[in-house]
Structures are given as C-alpha cells and as structure tokens.
Design a protein around this ligand. Structure first.
Ligand code: 2AM
Length: 171
C-alpha cells in the first residue's frame, strides 16, 4: 500500500488555502486543484510498503511535542507543475521532520530522500499551463496548533483517489 506521514490542517488554514486556490482560478490557471478535505503537509513520503505495523511502530518512537504551524504566505512551484503554499520552517517543524525520517531510517523503512521542504499542494497544472516563477498570488496568514501527526494511506474508490488515516501519533 502507498503510505506517507502528514499533518492535517484545521479549518482556518484550509480557508486561506481555498481562497488562494480561488485567486489562482481567477487568473485563469487550469489544472487539478486539490480538494479542501485533502489538504495536508507531508512530512515523509514512504510510497509502496506492505508492513504498516512496522511503520506504526517506528512512528510511535518519535518524541512529539505540540507546536504552532504557520503559513508563510508564499506561493511557489516545483518542477513547473506543482503549485504550492509554503509554511514557515520553524525549529519545531524541522525537528519533527527530522525525527520522523530518523525513526523510519532506523527501522529500515524506505522513504523519499528529497530534502524536507514544507508545503501544501494547491494544484497540479494542466499540460501547457505556465505560471510565473514568482506568481502575484499570495496566501493570507493563518496558524494552528499541531497536536498530532498521521500515517496516511492513498486509497482509491470509484470517485478517484482519497487519503485515509491509518495511525495517529502525539496527543
Ligand atoms: P505533495 O506533498 O507535494 O502534494 C501523497 O502522495 C502525498 O505525498 C502527496 O502530498 C505528495 O506530494 C507527497 N509526496 C512526496 N513525495 C512524493 C513522491 N516522491 N511521490 C508521490 N508523492 C509524494
């Protein structure tokens, strides 16, 4: 099964992200816009892995303290087609990203080794669409208290892909 670890966002933060998506739509950008109930911040992407219990055991060893998460206001893009909203990289967020990755490594669980670059995907651009390197669109401010992080599974039903929570760590 396809696994990743993530932080789910609260309503305030989701609202800011929805209005950023509305602005991107209003400047005419076409693409696959993420649904509001699937907004999340990925901490580590594991991908196909068939032993969720081993992952749960590893994540349970992460020492977690609640912390504040803030949108940075920045909108950027990866690879020319993923358009994202940034988060402020605080010591606490960096430490959580590192702790998750360290426990996965210690348990021999493979994950995407790309550097942790905290972002929330807003949309994936349609083919042929382009956005300026520094788009005029920004995201309003919002902050939330993070009380846990999640192990998620990407699943599919007749309506397409969705994300299912399979483990919760923290408070
Ligand atoms: P994203 O965080 O940039 O949106 C489930 O696929 C989640 O894991 C998505 O949020 C996805 O991208 C993230 N992810 C990180 N690295 C990935 C990779 N190498 N392949 C697929 N998804 C990845």
């Amino acid at each position: 099964m396809r696994l990743f670890t993530a932080i789910k966002l609260d309503d305030d933060m989701r609202e800011q992200l929805i209005s950023a998506q509305d602005k991107l739509r209003s400047i005419g950008l076409r693409g696959r816009y993420n649904k509001e109930d699937s907004f999340h911040l990925t901490l580590a992407f594991i991908g196909e892995y068939d032993d969720p219990q081993a992952v749960t055991d590893a994540l349970a060893r992460v020492r977690f303290e609640p912390f504040m998460l803030r949108l940075s206001g920045e909108v950027g893009q990866f690879d020319g087609f993923v358009v994202w909203a940034g988060l402020e990289m605080t010591d606490e967020l960096r430490a959580l990203g590192e702790a998750v990755r360290q426990e996965l490594s210690a348990a021999g669980i493979p994950f995407d080794q790309k550097a942790f670059n905290p972002h929330i995907t807003l949309l994936r651009l349609a083919r042929g669409e382009e956005i300026d390197a520094a788009p005029e669109v920004s995201v309003g401010s919002a902050e939330m208290n993070v009380e846990h992080f999640l192990l998620m599974r990407t699943a599919k039903d007749r309506n397409g892909f969705y994300y299912a929570e399979i483990g919760r760590f923290g408070k």
